[in-house]
Ligand binder design. Structure first.
Ligand code: SF4
Length: 353
């Protein structure tokens, strides 16, 4: 496996180092996110925060801004908290033992195993979605890839893990799952473990694991881009819950039987205590999250009284949007506003999808 890995491994920025901090950051970023999406974020992050100390010293806003667009923002908050603990308790160096790593925020079994094996060369098994799929096929384990077989897989991994370069072994398995033993159309003819694969011998590799049946929920929302004297109004989400601490345009979900315009009036009244003076449809934005698909009807508005700015509400110029970490749906609105610059300075209603 390791010979195969040395010949076929993709050249990824985090594979050029065994610095525990960089291994940790890359493993956190790669959770729920594709390699191609992570690469630019990882490179920018390491440039901005070259070590644990620089993360610990950063403000929460700087951390969220650097993570903006990667999603699952709790990961960023955990990296920040863990970096502060590492500086406070371990002199800025990640501890090299399981017990202390597991106590750090965001260090579950997977991250702990990845850091221990890849950065510290300890024989710790790790199971991600790729490893799980490979082993379900190798061992002919049926059902969905939902973790039900992880005990069996972990036992098998402990038996197989070599004492020398266990990190390479773990990475080889993950790479095999990502590039050869793919969830659809596995490339069995190129597989180095084909002879040992029970699913391959039975010809059932395409149906192991059972495919997921995932139905995305549709959410419809009305959003207000309130403009006043060349500035736009944004507000910060609560510091806990979904997209915590990010900045967004005001608005909310359209309730059953409501029009988008009516929802907008209700939301601005409930959230800000203001009434719409004028509202013109500006654009429609669609954005996918893991569990749902959001359809945003965006309106360019003026409101009375003028909403006040405070700790969690701000009036910002278009060029200042980049100072605020925003969820991807709001970033799309900002991008469209910038593309249709006439709306920022002139008449309403000039941007549409
Ligand atoms: Fe996966 Fe095919 Fe290799 Fe089996 S032979 S591990 S199904 S790629």
């Amino acid at each position: 496996m390791r010979c195969w890995y040395r010949r076929h491994a993709r050249d990824l920025p985090w594979r050029r180092t065994s610095d525990p901090y960089k291994v940790w950051v890359s493993e956190i970023m790669l959770q729920q996110t594709t390699v191609s999406a992570v690469i630019p974020y990882y490179e920018r992050w390491i440039e901005k925060f070259p070590d644990v100390g620089s993360v610990a010293r950063a403000s929460p806003a700087e951390i969220l801004k650097a993570w903006q667009g990667l999603g699952y923002y709790q990961r960023a908050r955990n990296v920040h908290k863990a970096a502060q603990i590492i500086c406070e308790c371990y002199g800025g160096t990640l501890p090299a033992d399981k017990e202390n790593l597991r106590r750090l925020p965001g260090f579950g079994a997977y991250t702990t195993g990845a850091v221990l094996s890849i950065a510290f060369q300890k024989a710790e098994p790790i199971i991600d979605a790729n490893v799980r799929r490979v082993f379900m096929r190798l061992l002919l384990l049926d059902g969905k890839a939902d973790g039900r077989h992880d005990g069996v897989i972990s036992g098998e991994l402990k038996r197989l893990l070599p004492a020398r370069a266990p990190g390479d072994f773990n990475q080889a398995l993950m790479e095999l799952g990502a590039t050869v033993c793919r969830s659809q159309l596995p490339l069995c003819s190129q597989c180095p473990v084909r002879n040992a694969c029970q699913a391959y011998h039975k010809g059932v590799q395409e149906i192991i694991p059972e495919p997921k049946t995932k139905k995305l929920k549709d959410i419809y929302a009305a959003i207000a881009v309130i403009r006043h004297k060349g500035r736009f109004f944004i507000q910060r989400r609560p510091l806990s819950g979904l997209l915590a601490g990010l900045w967004e345009f005001p608005g909310g979900q359209i309730q059953e039987g409501e029009t988008s315009r009516r929802a907008l009036e209700r939301e601005l009244d409930e959230e800000l205590g203001v009434a719409i003076q004028s509202a013109v449809p500006l654009m429609n934005v669609r954005h996918f999250y893991t569990q749902f698909r959001v359809h945003l009807s965006v309106w360019l508005c003026s409101a009375r009284p003028i909403p006040k700015s405070d700790e969690t509400h701000r009036w910002v110029r278009s060029r200042e949007f980049s100072d605020y970490a925003m969820p991807s749906g709001s970033v799309k609105i900002v991008e469209r506003l910038r593309e249709g610059r006439a709306c920022l300075t002139g008449g309403a209603g000039c941007v549409s999808e």
